[in-house]
Design a binder for this molecule. Structure first.
Ligand code: NI
Length: 167
């Protein structure tokens, strides 16, 4: 296993659109293990392959308190959604920046697991938020891009200032 480098916003590679996984292989599972290790060590509750510069539709999530309930979603598709809720979000690619995004409150998602088996999951609350946030990464969107142009510019300025301070 290995800890992978997480791309940092505004890296252009975060805007890459991921391709579906054609076949779940040992190579896919090795990547998933590395992604999980990277997410846990960050620490974070979700990571999309896009964030480690692999442009395949793969997500790992673990919202459990003990970090022992890894959820793997390969080729995820939202098949139903309802309601609206805005929750505070953060992202491992944009450390220190938090803010609200309006998303569906409950979703049904269809995906493959690490064995390549299809499953359907109903999600609400934090899990629904996290799945939608990570699925956005797979189509090249980071959460701050829901915000106004002005707020995005301010966020970038804040990040630049932070980088100067920590150098
Ligand atoms: Ni993120």
């Amino acid at each position: 296993m290995a800890i992978l480098k997480i791309l940092q916003y505004p890296d252009d590679r975060l805007h890459t659109i991921a391709l579906p996984v054609a076949e779940v292989t040992d190579k896919t599972r090795a990547l998933i293990e590395d992604m999980a290790e990277t997410m846990y060590s960050a620490p974070g509750i979700g990571l999309a392959a896009t964030q480690v510069d692999v442009h395949e539709r793969i997500i790992v999530i673990d919202i459990s308190e003990n970090h022992n309930r890894l959820l793997v979603l390969i080729n995820p598709e939202i098949t139903a959604s309802s309601g609206q809720a805005d929750n505070e979000e953060g992202c491992l690619s944009i450390p220190g920046i938090y803010g609200k995004v309006l998303r569906a409150e409950t979703i049904t998602v269809k995906a493959l697991d690490a064995d390549g088996k299809s499953f359907v999951l109903d999600a609400e609350g934090l899990l629904a938020v996290c799945i939608q946030h990570e699925m956005d990464h797979l189509v090249g969107k980071v959460f701050v891009e829901y915000w106004s142009t002005l707020r995005q510019a301010r966020t970038l300025a804040k990040l630049k200032k932070k980088q100067r301070r920590t150098m």
